[in-house]
Design a protein around this ligand. Structure first.
Ligand code: HGY
Ligand code: MN
Ligand code: MN
Ligand code: MN
Length: 414
């Protein structure tokens, strides 16, 4: 087969149609998606994806974390497969493309190879990683983390959601505990296409992001304990107000991230006060600090400053303070050779592109620890994601998927 020319493109209409069909599964309330991991909607999306993979002539493997692996054979069965994929689970108020573009873009690459009778030496595997979002069951990238040996399966199975349901029980309930031991697969390479979830590519007028690095992150869950009391009759000096402590620490997280600009971010996105009654001073607050940076020293400095600030605020207000690490990974440097392959594919196809650091965490960030890995990014409208209004254009989706196609054909050896 001659080397794939720059005119070789995926079928953009078919890709967009699949994205829109998947968007019907687990619809949100404002045009996006609520297909949280291990829910019935996730189950429905998994079966739709599995049916499409079967129709594309692939065979499906599932591991004990519910990770799905659809294989297209290569001409050399002894060659390690080239993996590509992302995740189908969404935020509760998620968009239609976060993760989904990476899974269905990979499927479109296989469909295009089938259309043209393209054969590769290495087998190709399209992957759906379980629980990338980490909203229902913290931490994020849970199943790819177990696959990469960063968490044990027992830890993952024991994680519970807000209703106390355990990950392992929910995975069994929807029938996706596979027979493959997790983490036993070996990869020649892993490529993940994903929307940027930020404003840089659109602002720079670029069609494709060549992802060289990923930010590191800490998720610190803080529990403050004070005393429930009446909001009316309790004198201010007598209050032990966990809600006030949460507010002060939230502000300190923002200040700490601002003090480490330009490449540092921090926020509190998950927070609960108890008993959460209008006329009760909260005796308890549980909230998660999310801090990130591509710079290891900054990330570690921010973590230390947040911990110090939390304990200082708790001391001032007479609160108990427990801090649990519920998610962490160090900054990631993707495989140089694969980054070059992606950049060359974008150049060959004539797509405007730039190197970029991923602000969000991705399954690729963990898989990068066990196999050569790279990411390809697609711009987002107004840089918006983790919001039901998340949007991309079909042209951007096609450009990123075309680059994925050419990069995979290069790596899998046509
Ligand atoms: O948290 C993250 O960055 C990813 O979207 N789960
Ligand atoms: Mn994602
Ligand atoms: Mn996400
Ligand atoms: Mn570390």
């Amino acid at each position: 087969m001659p080397a794939p020319g720059e005119n070789l493109r995926i079928n953009s209409e078919r890709l967009w149609d699949s994205l829109m069909q998947m968007a019907q599964v687990g619809p949100g309330i404002a045009g996006g998606n609520n297909r949280q991991t291990l829910t019935d909607a996730d189950n429905e999306g998994r079966h739709l994806f599995a049916d499409w993979c079967k129709a594309a002539g692939m065979t499906m493997g599932v591991d004990t974390m519910g990770n799905m692996f659809a294989t297209r054979p290569g001409t050399d069965p002894g060659a390690l497969p080239v993996y590509m994929g992302s995740h189908l689970d969404t935020q509760p108020t998620g968009g239609k493309y976060d993760g989904v573009l990476g899974v269905l873009g990979a499927l479109e690459v296989v469909r295009t190879m089938n259309d043209l009778g393209i054969e590769t030496r290495h087998p190709i595997v399209v992957t759906n990683w379980t629980n990338e979002e980490g909203t229902r069951f913290a931490p994020a990238m849970l199943a790819s983390g177990v696959f990469a040996g960063m968490h044990t399966q027992d830890y993952a199975y024991s994680r519970t959601d807000a209703e106390g349901k355990a990950f392992g029980d929910e995975l069994a309930r929807i029938g996706w505990v596979g027979d493959e031991p997790v983490g036993t697969r070996k990869m020649h390479a892993m490529l993940e296409l994903h929307i940027e979830q930020g404003p840089i590519l659109e602002a720079e007028g670029k069609q494709v992001g060549v992802v060289t690095h990923g930010q590191g992150l800490w998720w610190l869950e803080i529990t403050l304990t004070g005393r429930d009391a009446h909001t009316g009759s309790t004198p201010m000096a007598m209050r032990v107000n966990a809600g006030l402590g949460m507010a002060r620490i939230t502000e300190r997280v923002h200040q700490i991230a601002m003090s480490h600009q330009p490449d540092a971010v921090g926020a509190v996105g998950h927070c609960n006060v108890y008993p959460n009654s209008r006329n009760v001073i909260p005796g308890k607050a549980v909230f998660t600090v999310d801090i990130r940076s591509p710079d290891q020293a900054k990330l570690d400095a921010m973590k230390a400053e947040v911990m110090r600030a939390a304990h200082a605020v708790a001391r001032d207000l007479g609160l108990g303070c427990e801090i649990e690490d519920v998610g962490h990974f160090d900054p990631v440097t993707f495989d140089e050779g694969l980054v070059k392959t992606v950049r060359q594919a974008a150049e060959k196809l004539g797509y405007s592109h730039m190197d970029i650091v991923s602000g969000a965490g991705h399954d690729a960030c963990w898989i990068n620890r066990v196999a050569p890995t790279v990411m390809i990014m697609c711009p987002c409208v107004n840089g918006l994601s983790h919001n039901e209004a998340e949007e991309i254009s079909s042209e951007w989706a096609a450009a990123g998927t075309d680059v994925l196609l050419h990069a995979v054909l290069e790596v899998a050896e046509v």
